[in-house]
Design a protein around this ligand. Structure first.
Ligand code: GH3
Ligand code: MG
Ligand code: MG
Ligand code: MG
Length: 303
């Protein structure tokens, strides 16, 4: 996809209490975009959450919730916070425009508008949004394996820790390290080492790939799995599956002292998040248990 493609084929939500205004905007945008519409603020918020449009065109003056309130409500909700909002309104005073921008709008178009200008401004905002999304994706993804990186893990851990503390649910982590991976590189070369990392990551993803579970690359040949709302027993089930899944990859490792296949060792730890403990302590525990798994023969988990 080229940068110019980023502006095309968005899903646009038009919010206006007058159907004729919606029709004019629909007419201006329908050739390039999928168009949704809402006739009031409450409905707009509902559609925003359910359909996650790429952009919202928002009327300012509406009965019930007005555009400023809708904009504030969007900003207050993590799921829809990043959807750009353009005000399209009969209001023309600089104070109205300033208020809209301060409420979080990215642009402000006064009626009567020119359709070509609306199309161009929509394209610009879609491009910016998609560049920002792509950038964020890059900053959160490990290039080699495609799984989450450590930054992404830390963000998820902070969020899930708080969520589990609030809902009084446990939270588990599994630290995973490939056995004798230095020897693997020495025996098969760094490039095949990279491929091995990719395959092991994919195998683990099959065991814990669905949100809110998160598999991340934690360091060179070290991975970590975050399991929100999962206790020790549930985490142990995942660890067992990982041993099984990695075994069934059947990757030869002639330089391992453990097996003639690639294997992993794991430390499994769970906790009830509260003020008396913290994520760092949980990770330290999992790390110590991983060390024990190495010490006691590798190709196993300790819990
Ligand atoms: P142990 O069983 O005790 O974990 O032994 P090990 O050899 O796996 O552990 P060690 O920490 O000594 O070596 C880790 C190796 O992982 C060394 C390093 O070159 C390799 N490694 C780290 N990141 C990458 C990578 O991105 N690609 C490749 N091919 N190798 C990597
Ligand atoms: Mg209106
Ligand atoms: Mg290792
Ligand atoms: Mg290591």
């Amino acid at each position: 996809m080229s940068w110019s493609d980023l502006a095309m084929n968005g899903r646009i939500l038009i919010v206006d209490d007058a159907m004729e205004n919606i029709q004019i905007l629909h007419h201006a945008l329908r050739d390039e975009h999928d168009v949704l519409f809402a006739l009031n603020g409450e409905k707009a918020l509902q559609i925003a959450h359910n359909q996650l449009p790429d952009l919202i065109l928002l009327d300012a003056v509406m009965p019930g919730m007005d555009g400023y309130e809708v904009c504030a409500a969007l900003r207050a909700s993590a799921a829809v916070r990043d959807i750009p909002v353009i005000f399209v309104t009969a209001l023309t005073h600089p104070e109205d425009e300033t208020r809209a921008l301060e409420a979080g709008a990215v642009d402000f178009i006064s009626k009567p508008f020119n359709s070509a200008v609306v199309r161009a401004r929509v394209r610009t905002q879609l491009t910016i949004k998609r560049q920002a999304d792509a950038m964020r994706e890059l900053t959160l993804t490990d290039v080699l394996t495609g799984v989450a990186n450590r930054r992404s893990f830390n963000e998820a851990m902070d969020n899930e820790w708080r969520r589990c503390a609030r809902s009084e649910q446990p939270l588990a982590v599994i630290m995973i390290d490939i056995d004798h991976f230095k020897n693997y590189n020495d025996a098969y070369g760094h490039q095949q080492g990279d491929q091995c990392l990719q395959q092991v990551a994919a195998a683990m993803k099959r065991c814990a790939g669905r949100p809110p579970d998160l598999l991340a690359r934690y360091g060179g040949e070290e991975f970590i799995i975050l399991l929100p709302a999962v206790g020790g027993d549930g985490a142990e089930v995942v660890a067992k599956r990982i041993l099984e899944e990695v075994r069934s990859l059947d990757l030869p490792h002639s330089a391992s002292s453990v097996s003639d296949q690639v294997t992993v060792s794991m430390g499994v730890a769970a906790v009830h998040p509260s003020d008396d403990n913290d994520p760092e302590a949980l990770i330290r525990t999992a790390d110590a248990l991983l060390y024990r798994a190495k010490e006691t023969g590798r190709n196993r988990y300790c819990i």
